[in-house]
Structures are given as C-alpha cells and as structure tokens.
Design a protein around this ligand. Structure first.
Ligand code: AMP
Ligand code: GLY
Length: 423
C-alpha cells in the first residue's frame, strides 16, 4: 500500500514513524513534511492552506490511503473532495470538523446532546458580548469562535480584562482578523486531560490518555501555546473513569454527529477538564493532538495502518488496539520568542547524540533540511519523546536527550509531568 500523510509537524512525523512499522505499507509520502520526516519518507512540496494544491498532490501521487494531519485542510473540505472522487481518506468531512472549527457549533452541539461542558453564551456582536458579561463570575473565559492555533482563548480575571479581550477579538487587534462571534464561558478548575478516540462514524475506541502542558512557562504560567510537552501513563486514568468518559462524552458525541447526518470519521480529540463535579469538555479537535500524538503513538504496539483503515472502512468495532504498559513523555524544544515572533534557520546540533539515549525518538516539528544540515523552521522545533517502565524514567530519558541538543535561542520547560510526579 502507498500512504500519503498530509502535514508538516511533530504529529505527522510520529504518524509517519508509526505507519512505517506496518508490514503492508510499501511507500509513504508526506506533503509537505519537515527536516526529520524527509529522512524516513519521500517528501513532496504542498501548500497546506490551498485546497487545489493539496488535490494536485493527491492526483499526482495516487495513494491508496490519505491521512490528513492538521485542521486547516479539514476545514477547507479536503476529505469531502477526496471522498467525492472515491478515494480512501482518514479524517472528518468539513461538516464534521465543525466540532473544532466553530466553538459556537461545538457548545450548542454539546447542549443538544447533554454532554457536560461549561456554562456559556454565544455572542454575535461586541455589544451583546459586553452586555452578557454580567451573567458570569470572574475569572471568565473569552473565546474566538474560529480556528486560532491556540491563541483564541483568553482567561480574564476581572471586568476590565474581559472588556479588553472582547474588544480585541471583535476589532481584530488580538488575532489579526476581526471575529464576528465570541463565546463567553465559565472558568473551570482542575487538571486537563486529552482523551482521543478513533471513530468510524459509529463506534468510538479510546487511545491511551495524555496530559499536555499548554502554557509557555514552568509552573503553568505565561501565554498559551500549541503544547510544550506531554506525558502518558495508564495510571492517569482508571478504568472506571475511562469508561465514564467513553459512555457519557465520547460515544454520545459520535452518536450525536451520526444522528445529525454529519457522522464523524477520523480521530476526535476531546480536551477535558477533570473538575470536582466530574469531567467537562473544554474543546473538541477534529484531528490528532500535537504533541499528544508523539507520546501516544510511541506506546502503540498494534498496527496503526490497520486501525486507520478500519475507521475509513466502517469496521472499527472489530479492531483492537494494543498498548505498551509503562509511560511515555515528550518535551518540546521551541524557538526563542515562540509563541510570539521568532527567527528561523538556526543550525540544530546534537540530534544524533540525543537519539542514542535508550528509549528515545526525536520527532521533528518545525525543522528543515538545508544542505545536509537540519535547521530550525518553526515555533515548536522538536518533540523529544521517550518511553520507559515508569514516568520518572521516561522523563529522565527525555531530559537527558534534550540536554544534548542545541540551537540558538532554544527553550524548553523543565517541569513536564510535574503534577503526576507530585502525586
Ligand atoms: P480551547 O482551545 O478551548 O481548548 O482552550 C485552550 C486552553 O485554554 C485549554 O486547554 C485550557 O487550558 C484553557 N481553557 C479553555 N477553556 C477553559 C475554561 N472554560 N476554563 C478553564 N480553562 C480553559
Ligand atoms: N496539543 C493541543 C492540540 O493539539 O490542540
């Protein structure tokens, strides 16, 4: 089989790395890929923002299966167009991806289907949003409706901050483009959990749980990012709680989408807050998480291709996923200045030394191969990922490996997994 993976991040490096283990795959192509993916799969240029360019790549490559990594091509309707052409593709349609691409849609959907989430108001104008503030206590969460790469969520401690956030979203000063709809939401307290399920449109099969670290700074301070590090262990979610989430949140989401004639096929990422009143949904993503995927796929023992195909072919309930016991940990090395502005093109040293550490895979995120050198080419540059029998050992290995890597301005958090270690 020939498989085409669409995307350029650490998530796609992990997908390609895991798919390569499948005995049925003869060729993997990645569009556009990155400096690390280029060493394990043929990479072809592609513009992820341009539907026609992506369709051109698929027509030229004629893959047996296309796997779509990031949300942008989903939002452009890539899956719909490939299905219209009779091609096998892993990922949700444009309508099903609305669980991620419109937070207003997602909140109303959860309300229709009794899925636990924070109390909210969808506001279609600045005046309505300012007038609705009195319905909330502080801190209040102010969210842009559409895709914002993790930058569209503002936690506001008081009225002045909330007004500033609302005005900034509507006038375009905060995200660069003016929002037409903003969501106000109760602030939820607790630990976050990334609960991902595969789905064939009917059935939901959970992946192992993961915890991301969204804030830039140690101790969970500073601005939100795409994710600075992740860990995954079995102990972070017991079987009773896992089944509760599956039966009260994940499966009802899949059932609700099917009942509304927009069945969800692909991987559904459910971002949860584990509150004192039980798990509540913070957000849905219509794709694999990044860097969750890196920490999850290094624990997968069964065949990823078989799992993805069974989603596409509507026979997921027959497929069983097998996982390595123990733990994994992933630490992200970012460019200095991220998530604000940063400079690309710095040479990365120490990659082969890091890869020598036992249990380590260095996934590339924002890197490029230039004249045989791997150089920085993005905000999140590397996802140094380790497996081990215990979380302590996995973290130790990841930090041991990342310490051997260097590039100008490199930044990483030293406290990934701190909550679990305290317990
Ligand atoms: P979202 O894109 O909606 O997941 O928001 C990004 C991040 O903002 C989440 O992972 C949380 O860390 C935080 N966040 C979002 N909504 C809430 C909320 N209602 N209460 C507390 N934190 C939130
Ligand atoms: N790591 C969070 C996300 O993929 O959205």
């Amino acid at each position: 089989m020939k498989v085409l993976v669409i995307g350029a991040g650490g998530r796609e490096h992990a997908l390609v790395w895991a798919l390569r283990k499948s005995p049925r795959i003869t060729e993997i192509v990645c569009a556009p890929g990155n400096g690390g993916i280029a060493s394990i799969a043929r990479s072809v240029p592609a513009n992820l923002k341009d539907l026609n360019d992506l369709l051109r790549v698929v027509s030229a490559e004629t893959p047996d299966l296309t796997v779509v990594g990031p949300e942008l091509p989903l939002s452009l309707g890539l899956v719909d167009e490939l299905r219209r052409r009779g091609l096998a593709v892993f990922g949700p349609t444009q309508a099903a991806a609305m669980l991620e691409t419109s937070k207003a849609f997602a909140k109303r959907f959860m309300q229709r289907h009794n899925i636990p989430t924070a109390h909210y108001a969808v506001c279609a104008g600045q005046k309505e949003a300012l007038d609705s503030l009195h319905l909330f206590h502080f801190p209040v969460v102010v969210k842009a409706d559409g895709l914002a790469s993790g930058k569209g969520v503002l936690i506001c401690e008081n009225k002045a901050e909330a007004e500033h956030a609302i005005e900034g979203l509507f006038n375009g000063k905060l995200l660069g483009s003016a929002e037409t709809t903003v969501i106000l939401e109760d602030f939820l307290k607790g630990e976050e959990l990334s609960f991902l399920v595969l789905s064939d449109g009917k059935h939901a099969t959970p992946l192992v749980p993961a915890q991301d670290h969204k804030r830039l700074g140690e101790g969970d301070v500073g601005p939100n990012t795409g994710g600075m590090g992740v860990y995954s262990t079995d102990a972070m979610l017991d079987a009773t709680m896992r089944d509760w989430i599956l039966h009260h949140i994940a499966q009802p989401t899949i059932d609700g989408m099917a009942a509304e004639d927009t069945p969800f096929t692909g991987v559904l990422y459910i971002g949860l807050m584990m509150t004192a009143r039980g798990p509540m949904v913070l957000e849905y993503n219509a794709r694999f998480g990044d860097p969750e995927t890196q920490a999850i796929l290094v624990r997968l023992e069964s065949d990823l291709l078989e799992a993805l195909e069974s989603c596409v072919e509507g026979r997921l309930s027959e497929t069983e996923l097998r996982w390595k016991p123990g733990a994994s940990a992933c630490v992200v090395a970012a460019s200095g200045g991220y998530p604000g502005s940063y400079t690309n093109g710095y040479r990365i040293a120490g990659l082969s030394e890091a890869a020598q550490v036992p249990g380590i895979v260095v996934f590339h995120a924002g890197t490029a191969l230039v004249d045989r050198d791997i150089v920085t080419n993005g905000g999140r540059v590397l996802a140094v990922t380790a497996t081990a029998d215990t979380l302590q050992d996995a973290l130790h290995r990841a930090y041991d490996a990342i310490a051997k890597i260097h590039f100008e301005g490199m930044y990483y958090r030293h406290d990934i997994g701190h909550r679990a270690l305290k317990k």
